[in-house]
Design a protein around this ligand. Structure first.
Ligand SMILES: [Mg+2]
Length: 204
């Protein structure tokens, strides 16, 4: 088994942060549920796609340090690095925000991983060489292929629906309790506890 893991919304949880920043900017009512997708749907419902895109650049850039890891993800990485399987973080991120000021989003993500202890040998011990950020989704898929992943974990079904996604790689959709109609055969995991059960008990 060689495991690949997506970054945004799979390792990093942004729900509270999106809500907080959107309230600060007066974009949403404070009563909106504190979830990223509720913020997105509210802005899209008002035809404010540009506000949504700019908000993402700001959250994934200068406010990135305030984002939280999903519960259990650091423990999972620490355990996998001690006992295997080999694992990679593979994601796609434009180098700078699509709208608004030119923040370096890839550097913000690397800094976040360092600040959370992913590269600290006494906490997790992931090698920075195991982190690959492609600029586009096809580039991300090339990394999945090149690293020889046998399993890939991602919160977005779009990744798995990409035409070039390598056949034979087990697709694990993160944050769901049942497969979506577009991907009936996908594995699902609601959180890192399920991933841990799957990787350390079932698939070895
Ligand atoms: Mg993601």
């Amino acid at each position: 088994m060689v495991l690949g893991v997506d970054f945004d919304n799979t390792i990093v949880r942004y729900d509270d942060l999106f809500h907080r920043v959107a309230v600060e900017r007066g974009l949403i009512p404070v009563t909106l549920p504190p979830r990223k997708n509720d913020v997105r749907d509210f802005l899209r419902g008002q035809n404010r796609e540009r506000d949504w895109t700019e908000l993402q650049g700001y959250v994934y850039g200068p406010r990135m340090a305030e984002a939280q890891p999903f519960p259990g993800v650091l423990e999972f990485f620490a355990r996998a690095i001690r006992r295997g399987p080999p694992l990679y973080i593979i994601s796609h991120k434009t180098r700078t925000a699509v709208e608004g000021p030119a923040y370096d989003l890839q550097k913000a993500a690397q800094d976040w991983l360092a600040a959370q202890g992913f590269f600290d040998p006494s906490r997790v011990g992931l090698s920075p060489a195991r982190v690959h950020f492609g600029i586009t989704r096809p580039e991300k898929i090339n990394f999945i292929r090149a690293t020889g992943c046998t399993h890939f974990i991602d919160d977005l079904e779009e990744t798995f629906l990409e035409e070039t996604f390598p056949t034979g790689v087990v697709k694990i959709l993160f944050g769901r309790h049942e497969p979506p109609p577009s991907l009936p055969a996908v594995e699902v995991a609601e959180g890192w506890a399920q991933i841990s059960d799957y990787v350390f008990n079932v698939a070895r």
